[in-house]
Design a protein around this ligand. Structure first.
Ligand code: ADP
Ligand code: MG
Length: 381
């Protein structure tokens, strides 16, 4: 277990390779700042190419950071080679040795460290039991399913008893059902071992269900660091608002005046959480964000109204997801499962004022609405 600190960390792949290249705008990761708690489970999430793997590889020592400092357990590791950083990695490609048995794969790092055979055997057995793979120890990787291979890769990391686990999309090769099972198992495993863990995923559901804190990244930059619930309730900018939550938040380009935001097909009243900011501004444009699950069918008398024509109906059983044309916007609403809605229907939806999100049209930063306890970092999207 250890606290991991990243201070102003940046990576520029071009630096040193091509003359004249290496300006800040081409940084794969830029200005990355984070201090973990001891034993914390931190998830890095963001679209493909946003710099998640680069960040992990810098922590592991597989890439040198071009700026900033990385500290593990208070020690600056910039000059420390990967194998001396006391880190264990699990990646999407399991990279098991094909000619070795499961047991030998799991024990290989300990063997390299010349640990006594009895200790290696005991550690392998303990890890195998934790992961439910005792019966597979004599098999070769090719005799295993994808899920079993992933367990072996986890087992190989566990036996090393590291200070830090780095897991980069470890479940991407598994089918949907197995992913859900394995992510619950990894969370349980973390509760038991309490090793500081960085977990990378591009899947916001995986991030929300696993992370104690989540780092949302885009284009190499941190957009927000926060707990799952704060990311959902208080997204710092429009990117985070749209990325976290499924179906995604609706965004309506609205006019606002005196505490009311409106446009073709909708009229919404702001409440006190938005009012101090909005009333000080002149009439103007603003992005209004509404989560699909916060829209409900209205009898037409509601003060907050969104009116549109149904284009698509998805009956999922537990819920019915409806897409409507509201003026020039397409709006998604998540309604109860038993709702009878048909394509072409005109619906009036309502939404409570305290569920409305506002974003500046220039900076895309959230306006108003802040969590009681703020641990977030906002950046321009
Ligand atoms: P993610 O893991 O979030 O998908 P990466 O960290 O792999 O993103 O990549 C971040 C950016 O850095 C991308 O633009 C990618 O093309 C670039 N990149 C990654 N690895 C290298 C490399 N070895 N050399 C040059 N560019 C790289
Ligand atoms: Mg990656």
């Amino acid at each position: 277990m250890a606290i991991v600190e990243l201070k102003n960390v940046a990576k520029n792949y071009a630096q040193g390779l091509v003359k004249g290249k290496g300006d800040k705008s081409s940084n794969a990761v830029d200005n990355f700042n984070l201090v973990t708690r001891d034993g914390e489970f931190v998830v890095l999430v963001g679209p493909s190419g946003c710099g998640k793997s680069t960040t992990m590889r810098m922590i592991a020592g597989l890439e040198r950071n071009t700026e900033g400092e990385i500290l593990i357990g208070g020690r600056d590791v910039s000059q420390v080679p990967p194998k001396e950083r006391d880190i264990a990695m699990v990646f999407q490609s399991y990279a098991l040795y094909p000619h070795m048995s499961v047991a030998d794969n799991m024990g290989f790092s300990l063997k390299l460290k010349k640990r006594p055979a009895a200790e290696i055997k005991a550690k392998i057995e303990e890890a195998a039991q934790t992961l439910g793979i005792q019966s597979l120890l004599d098999r070769k990787p090719r005799e295993l399913s994808g899920g079993q291979r992933q367990r072996v890769a986890l087992g190989r990391a566990i036996v090393r008893d590291p200070q830090v686990f780095l897991m980069d999309e470890p479940l991407s090769n598994l089918d949907a059902k197995l992913r859900v099972d394995m992510r619950a198992e990894i969370v349980k495993l973390h509760k038991r071992l309490k090793v500081t863990t960085f977990y990378v995923t591009h899947d916001q559901v995986e991030a929300m269900t696993m992370g104690e804190r989540i780092v949302v990244m885009k284009d190499g930059r941190i957009q927000q660091i926060d707990t799952p619930i704060n990311l959902y309730e208080f997204p710092a900018n429009r990117f985070v608002a749209g990325f976290i939550g499924n179906p995604s938040m609706n965004f309506l380009r609205a006019r606002h005046a005196e505490g009311v935001v409106s446009g073709d097909g909708y009229r919404l009243t702001l409440d006190d959480s938005h009012r101090p900011v909005v009333t000080t501004r002149n009439v103007g444009d603003v992005w209004v964000g509404i989560r699909p699950e916060h829209l409900r069918l209205s009898d037409g008398a509601a003060t907050n109204r969104v009116e549109g024509t149904v284009d698509v109906v998805e009956t999922l059983g537990a819920v019915t997801v409806v897409q409507l044309s509201v003026g020039e916007h397409s709006v998604t609403a998540q309604l109860p499962g038993h709702q009878k809605v048909e394509i072409g229907d005109t619906l009036t939806l309502a939404c409570d004022s305290d569920k409305l999100h506002l974003f500046d049209t220039d900076s895309e930063l959230a306006i108003g609405r802040e969590p009681a306890e703020q641990s977030s970092v906002a950046a321009k999207a």
